[in-house]
Design a protein around this ligand. Structure first.
Ligand code: CP
Length: 306
């Protein structure tokens, strides 16, 4: 069955059945990733363009791998070496690429709303790979997949998102997606790194990490986004680590195992200590693998809607 939209722009407002369908479809694609031959002909004949206007390691390689595993023709476009540097607009760039008869566009951009805009000016399916501080829907989906795989369900889980929520598109996608699937979401961080009015999204707000640890099943620890000037919102990285850093000592004091997620890239020993990042309760590298399966599922389901 096709998804209700032909684009993936956000998890806010996405129907529960659509999210469940993507998560369920990703199970079969993960199974393919574990085979000796990891390629299927599902998107043979389709052409997908990856438009990355902002740096990325995980998302870009994960989309490219997912597209190639599905046998699509793949074109990856780095804004820094394109005619964007000569002043060409996003609309003109996208429409010129589309004139070459492409089927899908994956876009990452530092401006919120870019994927939405693109979906209105081109006919190809558009997938948001992160737009400014707005949303990162495939990250939210892969986080949910990883949690569901670990706990067997999302309904009733309590997940706390820790750190630089203010600048985080991952936080927003997690909040919307997890709540739709019946999980409870809290946020924890210094007041300066939590968006004003965030409780209106239905989350509980904590300013002391030791208060929330005994209550949660999982922490999704966010990167301090220094490139978005997050360092100006608290006195020093050392102080942030002392009050909000997720450390082994803190987790031990909570008296129960807590699953640790992080979307990457990690600032080791700032938001997350190295022994926790590499420890037995970390699912960070599983998130990376699951990201390929989730992106295969999204590409397949959107491709199937045509
Ligand atoms: N999680 C994530 O979006 O990482 P990248 O910025 O490396 O793509």
């Amino acid at each position: 069955m096709a998804l209700t939209s032909r684009h993936l722009l956000r998890l806010q407002g996405m129907p529960k059945d659509d999210i469940a369908q993507i998560l369920d479809t990703a199970i079969s694609f993960k199974e393919i990733l574990n085979r000796p031959i990891k390629k299927v002909p599902t998107l043979q004949g389709k052409t997908i363009v990856n438009l990355f206007f902002e740096n990325s390691t995980r998302t870009r390689t994960s989309f490219e791998l997912a597209e190639r595993r599905l046998s699509a023709d793949v074109l990856s476009f780095a804004a820094s070496s394109s005619s964007v540097t000569k002043g060409e607009t996003l609309k003109d760039t996208a429409r010129n690429i589309e004139a070459m008869k492409i089927d899908m566009v994956v876009i990452r951009h530092n401006a919120a709303g870019t994927a939405d805009f693109l979906s209105k000016v081109i006919n190809a399916n558009v997938i948001n790979a992160g737009d400014g501080q707005h949303e990162h829907p495939t990250q939210g989906l892969l986080d949910m997949y990883t949690l569901r795989e670990k706990f067997g369900k999302l309904e009733g889980l309590h997940v706390c998102i820790v750190g630089d929520v203010l600048h985080s598109r991952v936080a927003r996608s997690n909040i919307f997606g997890l709540q739709t699937m019946g999980a409870k979401v809290s946020v924890c961080g210094p007041a300066t790194l939590l968006p004003r009015g965030i409780e209106q999204l239905g989350v509980d707000v904590y300013h002391h990490i030791d208060d929330v640890l005994p209550k949660v099943d999982a922490l999704n620890v966010l990167r301090i986004q220094m490139e978005r000037e997050a360092g100006g919102y608290f006195p020093s990285l050392r102080e942030f680590h002392r009050y909000f850093g997720v450390t082994k000592e803190r987790l031990d004091r909570a008296g129960k195992p807590i699953t640790i997620l992080h979307p990457g890239p990690i600032n080791r020993d700032v938001e997350l200590s190295a022994d926790v990042a590499d420890g037995p309760h970390s699912v960070i590298l599983e998130q990376v693998l699951n990201g390929v399966a989730i992106r295969m599922a999204v590409l397949y389901l959107l491709g199937a809607s045509e």
